[in-house]
Design a protein around this ligand. Structure first.
Ligand SMILES: Cc1cc2nc3c(=O)[nH]c(=O)nc-3n(C[C@H](O)[C@H](O)[C@H](O)COP(=O)(O)OP(=O)(O)OC[C@H]3O[C@@H](n4cnc5c(N)ncnc54)[C@H](O)[C@@H]3O)c2cc1C
Length: 496
């Protein structure tokens, strides 16, 4: 082991603005390089969107309910000189989900090849071949992006390995429109709708995204969806323990109002109470769209048309066991295209929303009392931080529960022990995300999908970005990759 003084960032100090997953992972990676790190979180809780709500004996994850690419989580713990399985237990989710459609059709989307092939045959025999060709396309996009996009900043010149990968890029379909490529491969309207849901994992519409996003269903099918025993918030608790052990100082209720810049270089931050904190390096984990405000440049904060989707989330603790449910169930609307027109063009909550239900307490009894279930119920919503969300709460809830009722899931008020509702406005205020957009900007068109805000500021030396609003994008594994890229850039540019 090298002595501490030999570490590349020894003697350097860093401030991370925000204690989201990306902020904590970056803090750990910088501390492991010898940097003295402070994390400043404006909220009263830590973890950002990966958070927890506990009430009346029920425990809910308020954000992510599913993780993919588990090896990236392992890498994060290893970078902090630890091991993931010493802290948390990852559980593979089988089957992937149950899909329920407006006409009553329902089936299990399984990652068991024989079971899923039988389901495909039943839906439309031509789709057996179509599905595996679609996955092959996703695999090729994955192979290319893992060498280039996912582990590097896009402005970095491609190395020999990525050029070799580029030779195999499936040009015919990959740059086309996502929905069109799905429909060219799958004939069953149910399968088309099921696969068109994947761009929503990055807050985008299937009708406007490039087919490169087929990498998302491929990753889920090939490597599985994963859950953390005790709830995903256990990841945040583990990262906080590692921060503590590494000497990273983490503060709550510490809202950064300004990034101090002298002679073109970041020199620290000023909090909303006037406290000035100096640092050699500043890493912004809050939404990158807010950086200009913190730099005193009042421009481009609310480019509403470019924002990814937000959501309406109901956390419901019910006094009833619901063993016929699956861990993940999606209740689809009858007109998916119209739903996305509502979300992105009319910019309103859909009349008939598709609703996702996660019921982790079915298998993880630590989350609910003996006679109950803890349900996470979510519908997509436009990223508009307007005030009128609060006056629509009853209507939003009733539309979501209406979709569930039509799909056979009846949630009676009499069974509800505890409930919380969050709207785009809640998310916007809670995490300072313009419009409550969960994934920063949307991925419509290949430029938006691939050229996300960079992890290093081009104007201010010593200022870096990490998290879902920056490269390589939103979702927990990509946020952890973002932390790896950002910490690498800091080492490259700031080493003593
Ligand atoms: C409802 C919901 C469901 C989701 N489902 C999934 C899922 O199933 N799977 C998945 O992989 N991902 C999912 N996600 C996305 C995932 O949660 C995010 O991509 C990830 O957690 C974002 O981490 P982050 O580091 O980018 O930042 P954030 O979690 O946004 O954290 C940024 C932090 O910075 C703080 N901050 C901002 N400005 C300031 C300031 N000026 N001063 C101090 N602090 C500041 C904020 O308060 C916040 O805590 C979901 C998100 C939500 C909301």
């Amino acid at each position: 082991m090298r002595a501490k003084t030999e570490l590349p960032l020894s003697g350097r100090t860093a401030i991370v603005i925000g204690a989201g997953l990306g902020g904590l992972a970056t803090a750990l990676r910088l501390a492991a390089r010898g940097c003295k790190v402070k994390v400043l979180e404006q909220g009263r809780t830590l973890g950002g969107k990966m958070n927890r709500w506990q009430s009346a004996g029920y425990t809910f994850d308020t954000g992510p309910s599913l993780i993919t690419m588990p090896w990236i989580f392992h890498e994060t713990f290893e970078a902090a000189n630890s091991r993931l399985d010493e802290h948390i237990e990852l559980v593979s989710m089988r089957p992937i989900m149950e899909a329920v459609f407006a006409d009553g059709t329902r089936f299990i989307y399984s990652n068991s090849i024989p079971d899923w092939t039988a389901t495909l045959k039943n839906l439309d025999p031509r789709d057996v071949d179509g599905f595996y060709r679609l996955m092959q396309l996703g695999a090729r996009i994955y192979e290319l992006s893992k060498e280039t996009f996912l582990r590097n900043v896009p402005t970095a010149p491609p190395d020999v390995r990525s050029l070799r990968a580029l030779r195999h890029f499936p040009l015919r379909h990959a740059w086309g429109n996502y929905d069109r490529v799905v429909c060219a491969h799958l004939k069953s309207p149910y399968l088309q709708q099921l696969f068109n849901r994947y761009p929503t994992y990055v807050g985008s519409s299937p009708y406007a995204s490039p087919a490169t996003l087929l990498v998302i269903p491929y990753i889920e099918y090939a490597f599985g969806g994963w859950y953390v025993k005790g709830g995903l918030y256990k990841i945040v608790e583990a990262l906080l323990r590692l921060c503590d052990a590494a000497g990273v100082e983490v503060r709550t209720s510490a809202a950064v109002e300004r990034i101090t810049v002298t002679n073109g270089a970041a020199r620290g931050v000023v909090l909303d109470n006037g406290e000035a904190l100096p640092a050699d390096i500043v890493v912004m984990n809050g939404d990158a769209a807010c950086a200009n405000t913190l730099l005193g440049k009042d421009e481009g904060v609310d480019r509403a048309q470019e924002r990814s989707m937000s959501g309406v989330v109901l956390l419901i603790g019910v006094r009833r066991r619901m063993q016929s449910l699956h861990h993940h169930t999606v209740y689809f609307s009858s007109d998916y295209r119209n739903e996305f027109t509502d979300l992105f063009e009319r910019r309103r909550f859909p009349e008939e929303p598709t609703v996702y239900v996660s019921a982790p307490s079915l298998a993880d009894r630590s989350l609910a009392p003996e006679d109950g279930e803890a349900l996470f119920v979510m519908a997509n919503a436009p990223a508009t931080g307007e005030d009128n969300w609060d006056s629509q709460l009853c209507e939003l809830r009733s539309r979501m529960l209406g979709t569930l009722r039509r799909g056979g899931l009846i949630l009676n008020d009499g069974d509800t022990v505890t409930e919380q509702i969050s709207t785009p406005r809640t998310f916007a205020k809670r995490y300072l995300m313009p419009g409550g957009a969960i994934y920063g900007t949307h991925s419509h068109g290949w430029r938006k999908a691939f050229l996300r805000p960079s992890n290093k500021d081009k104007r201010v030396r010593g200022l870096y970005y990490v998290g879902g609003s920056t490269h390589p994008g939103g979702g927990t594994p990509t946020v952890l990759l973002s932390a790896k890229i950002t910490a690498g850039l800091v080492e490259l540019h700031e080493r003593a």
